[in-house]
Design a protein around this ligand. Structure first.
Ligand code: AMP
Length: 114
């Protein structure tokens, strides 16, 4: 099976600006940012999309949330950021390796009015 662009980044076959890495995930800068800060949190496990996660992935998914909490603090954006997961082509997913967008510096509240 051909590797996704994110698998190639994880395997260091394609360069990327990596802000954080541990044994379970990497955090990179999005190549086409949709906000002043636009990061992608990518698990190393090649799960295609959120709808394919299994109960065994519970700890991994929790870990990704902890990483988001920590990295947003490091970047001083912890008080104002959005996270997005596009699941499926019709929802805008273009890379079929699960990833969480972190967006900051732009107000998305018109899309998600409180
Ligand atoms: P999605 O549309 O949710 O699948 O998001 C895929 C994201 O990956 C988009 O925001 C792209 O800009 C981003 N992207 C694609 N190729 C790269 C790359 N080589 N390095 C960093 N981000 C990328």
């Amino acid at each position: 099976m051909t590797k996704t662009i994110f698998q190639k980044i994880i395997d260091r076959e394609v360069p990327s600006k990596i802000l954080f890495e541990d044994d379970k995930c990497i955090v990179i800068e999005d190549i086409a940012p949709k906000a002043p800060t636009h990061l992608l949190v990518i698990p190393k496990k090649p799960i295609k999309k959120l709808s394919e996660v299994k109960p065994d992935d519970k700890n991994l998914l929790g870990h990704l949330m902890i990483v988001i909490s920590e990295i947003t603090k490091q970047l001083n954006i912890e008080d104002a950021f959005n996270i997005i997961i596009n699941n499926g082509e019709e929802a805008g997913q273009t890379v079929f390796h699960l990833h969480i967008h972190i967006l900051a510096g732009k107000n998305f509240s018109e899309f998600f009015p409180g």
